[in-house]
Design a protein around this ligand. Structure first.
Ligand code: SF4
Length: 94
């Protein structure tokens, strides 16, 4: 299983299609939130409420053991590039 970390951002912080579209493998995808980095911005939950939950203080965790259904892979990538703390990691099978 390969580890892929998405930290690509445009200069303005706006998500670009290139940043979101990288690493299309069609394989199994999983997300994980680094609890040491998460600062509770809630952006991941706002972008992908089927993939992330947040506690009362806004700190995020991945739902369903981090498993990402194929139809939510783009949402997972959006969450990664929009996390200001780079706290979300994606694993994908090659
Ligand atoms: S966007 Fe990043 S820092 Fe904010 S709650 Fe989600 S994982 Fe945590």
């Amino acid at each position: 299983m390969a580890v892929a970390r998405f930290r690509t951002r445009s200069v303005t912080g706006t998500v670009t299609k290139a940043a979101v579209g990288g690493c299309e493998t069609g394989g199994f995808m999983r997300v994980r939130v680094d609890q040491d980095r998460c600062q509770g911005h809630n952006r991941c939950y706002g972008l992908a409420p089927k993939l992330f939950d947040v506690d009362d203080l806004g700190y995020a965790t991945a739902l369903n053991d981090g498993a990402v259904p194929a139809d939510l892979e783009e949402r997972a990538r959006l969450a990664v590039v929009n996390c200001p703390e780079h706290a979300i990691e994606i694993w994908e099978d090659e």
